[in-house]
Ligand binder design. Structure first.
Ligand code: SAM
Length: 206
């Protein structure tokens, strides 16, 4: 447990209000599409909870224990079925092929090893299971990506671990899913600051 984890947990909802209104439709197209037994990795304070259909049961994986009180409070209010596990996406405490859906939103920018997390996701998904993701990603333009590389150390420091410049789409495309559907869009905060985003679903081979 670190001071930065506590600070991040305490400030997350406040910081999130700045962008939440711009990303709620992507929560709908990821968490909102979940079915059956759902695993959400990097559950945070539970921002996706209200978007899940009432019919699902949710396993929440989150390494930061300072998030847990907020998750419990939100779960009580939502009346949804949530079981919380403390742990990391790189090494998950679950059996093989147990989840119908895996949801990840704004997490792969923070994990230590994206490839390991995606490999774990393919392990725990049932055949034909769906992985929904919404992430900000590296810029596809040369100048944009150089700007992200330059800004990344400072950004990572002030956000306690978020990376601006990850090529998450390439990693998901190379992970052996039977089908990957993605769309990309940019959130602009005024020139020259803009954030390329990726939203999509990947289906595990049946
Ligand atoms: C930016 S927050 C996003 C929270 C939530 N998914 C959302 O959409 O609001 C990133 C979350 O990922 C968690 N996280 C960081 N590293 C992780 C890892 N290796 N495995 C799983 N979760 C991780 C953080 O503790 C934090 O709760």
């Amino acid at each position: 447990m670190t001071i930065s984890q506590k600070l991040f947990a305490n400030s997350y909802d406040l910081l999130n209000t700045l962008v939440e209104w711009r990303i709620s439709s992507y929560r709908r197209s990821t968490a909102g599409q979940a079915n059956g037994h759902v695993l959400e990795i990097g559950f945070g304070t539970g921002s996706n909870l209200k978007y899940y259909p009432d019919s699902v049961n949710i396993t929440a994986l989150e390494p930061n224990p300072f998030m847990f009180k907020k998750i419990r409070d939100r779960t009580l209010k939502s009346k949804k079925d949530v079981t919380i596990f403390q742990g990391y996406g790189e090494n998950m405490p679950f059996e093989n092929e147990v989840f119908d859906t895996v949801v990840v939103t704004l997490v792969l920018c923070m994990v230590d090893d994206v490839e390991s997390v995606i490999s774990e996701i393919t392990r725990v998904l049932k055949p034909g299971g769906r992985f929904y993701f919404y992430e900000h990603v590296s810029s596809s333009s040369y100048i944009g990506s150089k700007f992200q590389d330059l800004l990344n150390p400072f950004w990572k420091f002030i956000t306690t671990g978020c990376n601006l410049n990850r090529d998450t789409e390439r990693i998901i495309n190379n992970a052996g899913f039977s089908k990957v559907d993605t769309s990309k869009f940019t959130i602009r905060f005024g020139t020259p600051i803009s954030l390329p985003n990726l939203v999509g679903v990947a289906i595990k081979k049946s």
